[in-house]
Design a protein around this ligand. Structure first.
Ligand code: ACO
Length: 323
């Protein structure tokens, strides 16, 4: 089977910071509560005229500049997002146009906070089949555009950001060691943002404009199910958690990451997360966390990385990688 290698990464977050102290002035909350319940200190918020496609393009430009890569020969762009600029055209089509890479295929992938890992799996499958050679995978969201800033239970959580990786065919090296993914639609009503329908799982939607979340139910579901998904990957690849150099869970909330680490027996010191300064950026949290690890000199070539995304759907997706 043809190998696929992650060869470059780039990220972007908007300039504007929204701190816990700013939120204290907007809703009935306080810095201590937010830090204690989530670990989040601040988030980045896009300008009114800045959309998910703009964040994607900025992340790819960062990748090109840092890794001295060209994207003219990319043959597929996959954007994982829940906050596309439009229902259609897709964000990937807009990105393709702004990057002037007209010959490539372009598609969006909808799997909420698991989207980036689903997109990695899709790209790996396309390259290992021999049908594609060079794919841009981008996880990007502008959650601030669908957040109700009068709802203290959600507005403290979310931020905006984008992360892009380049995956290239490589006959000598394969980054992709193992995966596990799934979805539990019986919990689809626990976190949603309406589009055309006004009911989900026969339950009337509360708000049709903004993200709605039953945080406690999502929390319970994640802590019950994600450790099992991780164990599936380790069983399938006949590896132990001690052989994983870095764990990168979806950065929803520190209080959700800690029990996952405890259940799988992995130390927090070898866990990367981007939530402290960026909040929950949905499909962007995992590439942002990986990039923080690289920039801080923690993640090195050859390291084994276990990523695990979870979110609306309720979807989940994990990938064990070697850089
Ligand atoms: N400031 C102060 N008090 C607050 C705030 C706030 N910002 N928000 C809620 N509270 C209050 C509530 O009103 C409640 O008060 P009450 O007991 O008087 O009714 C109390 O705090 C506890 O509320 P809970 O919602 O039970 O708080 P919890 O400890 O569960 O924390 C949180 C809430 C942080 C949202 C948590 O449930 C969570 O992180 N859940 C997981 C979310 C997640 O992982 N989502 C991923 C998917 S997102 C996606 O896919 C787009």
């Amino acid at each position: 089977m043809t190998g696929a290698r992650i060869t470059a990464i780039g990220t972007y977050v908007p300039e504007k910071r929204l701190t816990n102290f700013d939120l204290e002035r907007m809703v009935d909350t306080n810095n201590e509560w937010i830090i204690q319940r989530t670990g989040i200190e601040e988030r980045r918020i896009s300008r009114p005229d800045e959309y998910t496609s703009d964040l994607c393009v900025a992340a790819v430009k960062n990748l090109i500049q840092r890794f001295n890569k060209t994207v003219e020969d990319v043959d597929m762009v996959i954007v994982a997002t829940s906050t596309p600029d439009f229902s259609f055209p897709s964000v990937s089509s807009l990105v393709q146009e702004q990057l002037h890479i007209a010959q490539t295929g372009a598609m969006d992938l909808s799997a909420a906070c698991s989207g980036f890992v689903y997109a990695l799996h899709t790209a790996h499958s396309m390259i290992s089949s021999g049908l594609h050679g060079k794919i841009l995978v981008i996880g990007a969201d502008t959650m601030s555009k669908i957040t109700d800033y009068t709802d203290r239970s959600t507005c403290i959580l979310f931020g905006d950001g984008a992360g892009a990786v380049l995956i290239e065919r490589d006959d000598q090296f394969n980054s992709f060691i193992g995966y596990h993914m799934g979805s539990d639609g019986s919990g689809a009503h626990h976190v949603y943002r309406a589009n055309l329908a006004n009911k989900v799982n026969d339950i009337e939607l509360i708000d049709t404009r903004s993200l709605v979340q039953n945080g406690r139910e999502v929390f319970r579901w994640v802590v019950r199910n994600i450790p099992n998904g991780i164990k599936e990957i380790l069983n399938k690849t006949e590896m132990t958690i001690d052989e994983v150099d870095w764990f990168i869970p979806h950065s929803a909330n520190l209080r959700i990451i800690e029990p996952i680490c405890e259940k799988i027996g992995h130390p927090m010191e070898k866990t990367l997360y981007s939530l402290v300064n960026f909040g929950n950026t949905s499909a962007a949290t995992i590439p942002l966390s990986l990039d923080l690890g690289i920039r801080e000199g923690k993640v090195k070539n050859g390291d084994r990385i276990l990523m695990y995304g979870f979110g609306a759907g309720l979807t989940h997706a994990g990938q064990l990688l070697r850089l």
